[in-house]
Design a protein around this ligand. Structure first.
Ligand code: PHE
Length: 469
């Protein structure tokens, strides 16, 4: 039992016991490697596969990569360390973590994070559903001998079929919910620990095949890597920053929530550096798997859904062993989407379970039911139903636009402002140094980046995304 004088105020002692109870309720990750796998599972997702490679190829190749690394290290990493420090020091859901550290309206940042996770998950599950459907189509060898136009038709057909859209996205939600119900260590940690190595292996097989076994693959490498510094403008820097945020799951409490389960001995700066490097490497290998194949068949590259669900199947339909490669590819996309979906769902689950004082399992089922409705609406809106279209945009597009362009940057900005200016310095120090009494050289640098550099750049990014400049 702790001595009574340990706490200065009643509120402090109450907070201590709440935190203690919560750690027991949600559990923690058991191993460092499991923690790494879970965080990697969250960050590696559709952002790496369908956006990064195209963005890099279209915006200066190697030159873009350098800019991307710069903004990731100087802006995204400090934000990630802010989330890690807030989460691990409080060991509770995003909203409560802010409230524990400071009274006043700051808890709204956590609330915004939970809302953002919910919104992103509602459309992310739909895309996960597409990948499952395409996995099934690959298994039955549906793409054999199809032309690109046929495949476009198949994808279009899926988008116009409400029942299919809802059923396939629902299937991904069932899987993610089952993982969440499994618990932090038995569910999330195990799921990622087994699936992340498989994901990496699939990616490497596909990349090796594209580079070494397809004719003219060098053209794809040229597209991806040829350094064109003339394409680098301030806009490019902002594009790189936006991509880095989304790809590293920042600005909405996913990193904060996962860090609440991290072991005490986990070194946060090292983990953040590892994760940023890993995420970038996966994005580059995705490019190596995709572009040599696309260029090898003289197809014009594109970004987003079209790249994954039209261009790639068209490529597979022409390759020897294409059916097998298509299965590997859509399995890869599904795994990447699913491990990210789990992290989004966990942000909401931790919040609901702790704030409503109900068990994880009940919270997960409750969220499953509401997400079935919102995800279902997102899915159905793709069919073009007029009642689900506003300002010429489907609900799916609105959720995507609002979360990526408005909620994430505002969340990111408020998190760094909070960590840099509101949260006591000792919390950041204790978390970044694992309670050591010395001050490593990098602490001052990271704090400077959190207090000054990140807020300025994130504010500019936000103004840019909403079209102000
Ligand atoms: N980082 C994921 C991706 O690259 C997306 C994501 C965003 C996941 C926010 C969780 C939280 O696709």
């Amino acid at each position: 039992m702790l001595p009574r004088h340990y706490f200065h105020t009643k509120t402090q002692s109450y907070q201590y016991f709440c935190r203690f109870a919560i750690v027991l309720a949600q559990g923690t990750f058991n191993t460092k490697i499991g923690t790494f796998a879970a965080v990697a599972g969250s960050v590696v997702g559709l952002g790496n596969i369908w956006r990064f490679p195209y963005l890099a190829g279209d915006n200066g190749g190697f030159a873009f990569l350098i800019i991307y690394l710069f903004v990731s290290l100087l802006i995204s990493m400090p934000l990630m360390l802010s989330e890690f420090s807030i989460g691990r020091s409080q060991r509770c859901n995003a909203m409560r973590a802010f409230r524990n550290i400071s009274s006043g309206p700051w808890f709204l940042i956590g609330f915004l994070g939970v809302a953002t996770a919910y919104v992103i998950d509602s459309f992310y599950m739909v895309v996960g559903g597409w990948s499952l459907k395409f996995l099934q189509l690959s298994i039955v060898n549906a793409f054999a001998d199809m032309s690109a136009a046929d495949i476009k038709g198949t994808f279009g057909h899926l988008l116009s079929n409400g029942t299919q859209l809802v059923l396939w996205s629902e299937a991904t939600l069932v899987i993610a919910t089952a993982v969440i119900i499994g618990g932090v260590s038995n569910g999330i940690e195990k799921f990622n620990k087994y699936l992340m190595p498989i994901l990496l292996l699939l990616l490497i097989i596909l990349a090796v095949n594209s580079i070494f076994f397809l004719p003219d693959s060098y053209k794809g490498l040229q597209f991806l890597f040829y350094p064109d510094f003339s394409k680098i403008t301030f806009q490019t820097v902002l594009k790189a920053l936006g991509q880095s945020f989304f790809s590293l799951s920042l600005g909405m409490g996913a990193m904060l929530t996962y860090s609440a389960y991290m072991p005490k001995s986990q070194r946060l700066p090292r983990t953040a550096l590892f994760i940023v490097s890993f995420d970038t490497i996966v994005a580059i290998i995705s490019g190596l798997a995709i572009f040599p194949a696309v260029f090898s068949f003289g197809i014009d590259p594109s970004a987003g859904p079209e790249l994954l669900f039209i261009t790639m199947p068209a490529v597979f339909s022409k390759i020897v062993g294409g059916q097998f490669l298509a299965i590997l590819f859509f399995l890869l996309v599904f795994l990447a989407a699913s491990t990210s979906q789990v992290s989004l769902l966990e942000v909401v689950t931790a919040y609901v379970s702790e704030e409503l004082h109900i068990q994880r399992r009940k919270a997960a089922i409750l969220i499953f039911l509401t997400m079935t409705c919102t995800g279902g609406i997102c899915a159905l809106s793709l069919t073009g139903a007029p009642s689900l279209t506003f300002f010429d945009m489907s609900v799916f597009d609105i959720f995507d636009y609002v979360s990526s362009n408005i909620m994430l940057p505002i969340g990111g900005l408020l998190i760094v402002l909070f960590a840099g200016w509101i949260m006591p310095k000792r919390i950041l120090h204790a978390q970044l140094t694992n309670n050591a009494d010395h001050e490593p050289f990098y602490f001052k640098i990271i704090r400077f980046l959190i207090r000054f550099v990140a807020p300025i750049f994130v504010s500019i990014l936000f103004l840019h995304l909403i079209g102000i400049f």
